[in-house]
Design a protein around this ligand. Structure first.
Ligand code: ZN
Length: 281
């Protein structure tokens, strides 16, 4: 599933191409993509508008058009945005044709991706306010902020990181990587982390996301760049997908278990398992 670095990779590639262009045609081939909004309604709101800029919030790709009209794309499980894909490209659900001839195709084999509309900045802010917490690469994601989020929370720290309403954009891969970098076991109760641990985790989340962006994201499933290239971050995973291999720090064996309902990878020498969960092994 694309996480923040994968969406940011797409954004960085496409932003210079779409900023300032006019959306010549919006073709919705799968009405489920924008439901409950009808494809015609979406088209009427967007066609002929100038795209001011392409930005990102959490895992959302935000197409900001003139007059404060926003198209909010979420890639979900398998979505990709392809640049000038052949007409025969499979799984295309939406096509956006620009006035300079470029065509962006939203390809999505499992059809979980969504397109939503926000009219006006207040509507956009309200949309995100109910769905997304702090932006982890923004100025507000301080150790203090993360510390406040963890107070009195009995949920495992990994579940808290995955909760988009608390920290936006972090998914399973980057949560696994960040917790390893911080030396914190994914099953630790969030409220038991001390200030030093939270500060380390904040830095580890930022470092993991930035490493993912620098590598062009991770292509372990369907994720591809708009030009079809793969990201390289899967070659740099410290723990994700590496159960049975040696920990790069201590040489111990990396293990896999389930936390927050997701496949979780850790070194239980570097990331000490909380006492309360030990007898369940
Ligand atoms: Zn280790």
């Amino acid at each position: 599933m694309p996480e923040l670095p994968e969406v940011e990779t797409i954004r960085r590639r496409l932003a210079p191409l779409v900023a300032g262009r006019t959306l010549h045609a919006l073709e919705v081939l799968d009405a489920k993509w924008c439901a409950p909004l009808a494809p015609d309604g979406l088209r009427d709101a967007l066609e002929g508008r100038r795209i001011e800029r392409l930005w990102r919030r959490g895992k959302y790709l935000v197409w900001e058009a003139d007059d404060e009209v926003y198209l909010l794309m979420h890639l979900r499980m398998t979505g990709n945005v392809l640049l000038d894909a052949p007409a025969s490209a499979p799984y295309v659900r939406v096509r956006l044709a620009l006035d300079d001839g470029h065509v962006l195709s939203f390809s999505d084999p499992r059809r979980f991706g969504t397109g939503e509309l926000a009219l006006g900045r207040p509507a956009l802010d309200a949309f995100f306010a109910t769905r997304l917490g702090v932006e982890p690469l923004g100025d507000d994601f301080t150790a203090e902020h993360l510390f406040d989020l963890t107070r009195n929370r009995r949920t495992p720290i990994k579940a808290l990181l995955l909760d988009q309403r608390r920290v936006a954009g972090v998914g399973n891969i980057y949560a696994n990587e960040a917790l390893f970098r911080a030396g914190i076991h994914p099953l630790r109760t969030a409220g038991t982390l001390n200030r030093r641990e939270v500060a380390a985790l904040r830095d580890a989340v930022v470092a993991s996301l930035q490493a993912g962006i620098a590598a062009g994201g991770a292509s372990i499933d369907d994720f591809r760049h708009p030009d079809g290239m793969e990201g390289a971050f899967q070659d740099e995973f410290l723990v994700h997908g590496r159960a049975g291999e040696a920990c790069a720090v201590c040489g111990g064996l990396l293990v896999k278990f389930v936390a927050a309902g997701r496949g979780t990878y850790a070194c239980e020498h570097c990331q000490r398992r909380p006492r309360a969960s030990r007898r369940r092994r």
